[in-house]
Write a protein that binds this ligand. Structure first.
Ligand SMILES: Cc1cc2nc3c(=O)[nH]c(=O)nc-3n(C[C@H](O)[C@H](O)[C@H](O)COP(=O)(O)O)c2cc1C
Length: 375
């Protein structure tokens, strides 16, 4: 009897603590939103990471003296072979599995402060088999943490598996797509193979069967997760082979997601005519903060993203833009002026990743500011 009441008590305490955290999160969001409204455009309260503190280094060449007001903005758009055009992307994981946002982002979606329809949305990465990873819906902070000017995550590709997703979720997506009261969201399906090219071939083949109405505009091959033991991270030939394998099976556009750890000179020149755009993943913790233990050290350190990752991800944007004509999608936007900085580095479109998790309303606000006439 005593044991039972103890158990009930501890369950009650646990539930209370979950509610408390959620309410705190909501409260912080509201406060941050108010402070953002007070801040004039582009002047956010975030200290630039360049040259300061841990992980700080010099800005990538070409952005130091960038005078934003003098920068002559041109419309940067990526046009894929199926005619889909996009300027702004929501990175994989930023808006959950379907591109409609994580549960804690829903109030902002309802309020119109987060509008997924402004973005071409990459789904959270799917692997062929289900992967437990480290993400638990009731305590997401155990593998996603805020750091100064960014985030570190060690989600480890938690996902229900491609087969399950296709079986259980395509119908749901279809219902959403048929619901004319909601704007359609163009989706890019993110896939990762855990074993060579066979899995990725099977998954790509299946994509062909997706109804056109779903607005699947392409596939992103994730060859760069910092939280898994992916062989593709260390093997450029495997990345090239995987891209060809997807292309053999799926006629639509292919986007390749690279890591700053990749030897890109051995990959990218071999993918002309195969890959239609390049995106960039988060940066392993040990690279950004070699002398600091990660708050997620028990999950292997995690990947750093956001402003804290800019010295690395932006260097890769520049390198890729010099190396190839394949359009590069620039990541790590944290404040409004980062969009112009990325364009100066020749990014052909802009990706919003962890900024969605830290300041969920910012990408929508930035896109509306960047393109005042956008819907
Ligand atoms: C919580 C979280 C989950 C993520 N999940 C995935 C994923 O499933 N697949 C993937 O390719 N990238 C994933 N990423 C990486 C982002 O898509 C993005 O590449 C990364 O955050 C770097 O971009 P950023 O600096 O703009 O945030 C995830 C990032 C975060 C913070």
């Amino acid at each position: 009897m005593h044991k039972l009441s103890c158990k009930k008590n501890s369950q009650r305490t646990w539930l209370l603590s979950v509610y408390f955290r959620q309410i705190t999160l909501l409260f912080i969001c509201i406060l941050a939103k108010i402070s953002e409204c007070i801040c004039p455009r582009g002047e956010t309260d975030i200290t630039p990471v360049f040259g300061t503190g841990i992980g700080g280094s010099n800005p990538p060449e070409g952005t130091e003296d960038l005078n934003i007001t003098q920068y002559n903005r041109r419309l940067n758009v990526i046009t894929l072979s199926n005619g889909h055009q996009f300027e702004y992307m929501a990175a994989s994981g930023a808006l959950a599995y379907f591109g409609r946002g994580w549960w804690w982002e829903k109030p902002l979606v309802w309020l119109g402060l987060l509008d997924p329809s402004l973005f071409t949305v990459v789904t959270k990465t799917l692997t062929y088999r289900p992967r437990r990873g480290n993400l638990r819906w009731y305590k997401p902070w155990s593998c996603v943490r805020p750091i100064r000017g960014g985030m570190v995550n060690a989600v480890g590709l938690t996902n229900p598996g491609y087969k399950w997703w296709c079986r259980e979720r395509v119908d749901q997506l279809m219902r959403q797509a048929c619901d004319t009261s909601k704007p359609a969201i163009p989706l890019v399906i993110s896939l990762m193979s855990e074993s060579g090219i066979k899995e990725v071939k099977v998954m790509a083949r299946q994509l062909r069967r997706f109804p056109i109405r779903l607005r699947v505009v392409g596939v992103e091959l994730n060859a760069s997760c910092p939280n898994t033991q992916s062989a593709a991270l260390a093997d450029p030939a495997l990345v090239v082979d995987q891209c060809h394998a997807v292309k053999d099976e799926y006629p639509g556009p292919l986007i390749l997601k690279l890591s700053v750890m990749h030897d890109v000179a051995k990959i990218v020149p071999k993918l002309d005519g195969v890959v239609e755009a390049l995106s960039i993943n988060s940066v392993p913790w040990r690279l950004v903060y070699p002398n600091r233990p990660s708050p997620l050290h028990r999950h292997g350190g995690g990947g750093v993203s956001g402003q804290a990752a800019q010295p690395y991800t932006w260097q890769l944007v520049r390198r890729l833009a010099d190396l190839t004509d394949i359009p590069v999608i620039g990541p790590s936007v944290w404040e409004f002026n980062d969009i112009a900085r990325l364009r100066k580095l020749k990014a052909a479109a802009i990706s919003f990743g962890s900024v969605f998790l830290r300041y969920p309303w910012r990408p929508t606000l930035f896109v509306r500011q960047d393109r005042p006439l956008a819907p």
